[in-house]
Design a protein around this ligand. Structure first.
Ligand code: TYM
Length: 357
C-alpha cells in the first residue's frame, strides 16, 4: 500500500485540499452541488483528502448499526459522484486517530467565547435541546484538527461552513503565533451558485438531511419519480409570470444569480437547481423561463434534475454491492491519511512540550 510521499511529484508538489462530510442520513443535492461537485472538479490539480466524519456525527445521537451502514453508503456515493480513489485519499475520520488527538490539543487553544458564537452550535442546541453535549460545543475544534493535520491550502465547502472555517484560521494563526509556523492557513472555497441549496418546502431555510418534511430534500438515492414529485410540489413565492425584462432587472450579468435568489427565494432556488443541473447561465435561463407558468418551469427543472441524478444513482447501486472493495478502499485511504497526519501531530506534540520517548 502506498503512503503519501512528500517528494512524489504526483502528490507532494500539488497544493492540498481537505474536506469532510457527515455519514448521517443520505447525501442530498445540497451536499452534491455545495461541496462534492467541487471536490470532483479539483482532484487533478490538488492532492485531495476527503473524510467521512463519523466522530463529528456522534455529537447528535445515532443508532450504531445505522451509522455503520451509512458510513459505507456515503463512501459508495462519493465514488459514484466522481471521487477517484486512485487520485484522492478517501477515508473515515475515526480510522485515523490523529484527528481526536490534535483536537484535544487545539481545544486548549480555543476560547469558550469563540465557540459560543458559532451559529451552527446555537441552531443545533435548539434542535437537540435534550442533548447539548460538550462534543457539540467543541465540534468546530475537531473540524480544525481535520483540516490542519493535512496542511490544507483549500477547503471546498458550502456556505454554511464559512464561520467554522474562519475559526479554523484563527486557531491556526494563534498556534503559529504562540510557537512558530506549524500549520498552513487554509482558505475556504465556496461556489458562486449551489453554495446554499434551499429547502423545497421552506425556501428561506437551507436544505438539510434532517428536515422533518421528506418533501423538502432531494436525496441522491431518490428515484426519478420522487425527484420530479418533490420539485413539482416545491413552494414558490408568487405565481406571477416573469418577462425577460423582469429577469434582466435583477442582473444583466449572465453568471450572477445572487441578486435574483436573494429576493425570489422559491423561484430563485429552482433556477439555481436548473443552473447546477444544466450549467445554463442566468440570462439563458431567463430567456427560457420568461412568460412560462410555474407548473411548466417546475416540470423543466424536475426533468433536468432527474436526468442529472439518474447516472449517479445507477453507479451508486453498483458500487454499494461490493462491500469488500469499499472496505479495501477505506483501509488504503486511512493508511495514506495517517502517513501525513502523524507528521503534523508529532510536530505539534514537540512544540507544546510533550516529552517523547
Ligand atoms: P455536512 O455533512 O453537513 O455537509 C457536507 C458538505 O455539504 C455542504 N452542504 C450544503 N451546500 C449547499 N447547500 C446546502 N443546503 C448544503 N448542506 C450541506 C456543507 O457546506 C459541506 O461542505 N462540519 C461539516 C463536515 C466537516 C468538514 C470538516 C468540512 C467536518 N470536518 C473539515 C470541511 C472540512 C459538516 O457538517 O458538513
Amino acid at each position: 500500500m502506498n503512503s503519501i510521499n512528500p517528494n512524489d511529484s504526483k502528490s507532494g508538489n500539488r497544493p492540498v485540499i481537505l474536506s469532510g462530510i457527515q455519514p448521517t442520513g443520505g447525501l442530498h443535492i445540497g451536499n452534491l452541488f455545495g461541496a462534492i461537485k467541487n471536490w470532483v472538479a479539483l482532484q487533478d490539480e490538488y492532492q485531495c483528502f476527503f473524510t467521512i466524519v463519523d466522530l463529528h456525527s456522534i455529537t447528535i445521537r445515532q443508532v450504531p448499526a445505522e451509522l455503520r451502514r451509512s458510513t459505507l453508503d456515503i463512501a459508495a456515493m462519493l465514488i459514484a459522484c466522481g471521487i477517484d480513489t486512485d487520485k484522492s485519499v478517501l477515508f473515515v475520520q475515526s480510522h485515523v486517530s490523529e484527528h481526536a488527538q490534535l483536537a484535544w490539543v487545539l481545544n486548549c487553544y480555543t476560547g469558550m467565547g469563540e465557540l459560543s458564537r458559532m451559529t451552527q452550535f446555537k441552531d443545533k442546541s435548539v434542535q437537540h435541546s435534550e442533548n447539548v453535549n460538550v462534543g457539540l460545543f467543541a465540534y468546530p475544534v475537531l473540524q480544525a484538527a481535520d483540516i490542519l493535520l493535512y496542511q490544507a491550502d483549500l477547503v471546498p465547502v458550502g456556505d454554511d461552513q464559512k464561520q467554522h472555517l474562519e475559526l479554523v484560521r484563527d486557531i491556526a494563526q494563534r498556534f503559529n503565533h504562540n510557537y512558530s509556523d506549524t500549520f498552513k492557513i487554509p482558505e475556504p472555497y465556496i461556489p458562486d451558485t449551489g453554495a446554499r441549496i434551499m429547502s423545497l418546502q421552506e425556501p428561506t431555510k437551507k436544505m438539510s438531511k434532517s428536515d422533518g418534511n421528506s418533501k423538502a430534500t432531494i436525496f441522491l438515492t431518490d428515484s426519478d419519480e420522487e425527484i420530479k414529485n418533490k420539485i413539482k410540489r416545491a413552494v414558490t413565492d408568487s405565481s406571477e409570470l416573469l418577462t425577460l425584462e423582469d429577469f434582466k432587472s435583477f442582473s444583466v450579468n449572465p453568471d450572477s444569480f445572487s441578486d435574483f435568489t436573494n429576493v425570489r427565494f422559491g423561484l430563485g432556488n429552482l433556477i439555481s437547481l436548473y443552473h447546477v443541473a444544466t450549467n445554463k447561465n442566468f440570462i439563458e435561463i431567463g430567456k427560457e423561463f420568461a412568460g412560462k407558468g410555474f407548473g411548466v418551469i417546475k416540470a423543466i427543472v424536475a426533468d433536468s434534475m432527474a436526468e442529472h441524478l439518474n447516472p449517479i444513482r445507477n453507479q451508486y447501486n453498483e458500487i454499494r454491492k461490493d462491500e469488500n472493495k469499499l472496505k479495501e478502499v477505506l483501509a488504503e485511504g486511512a493508511e495514506k491519511a495517517h502517513s501525513v497526519a502523524f507528521k503534523t501531530l508529532r510536530k505539534v506534540y514537540k512544540k507544546v512540550g510533550f516529552y517523547s520517548l
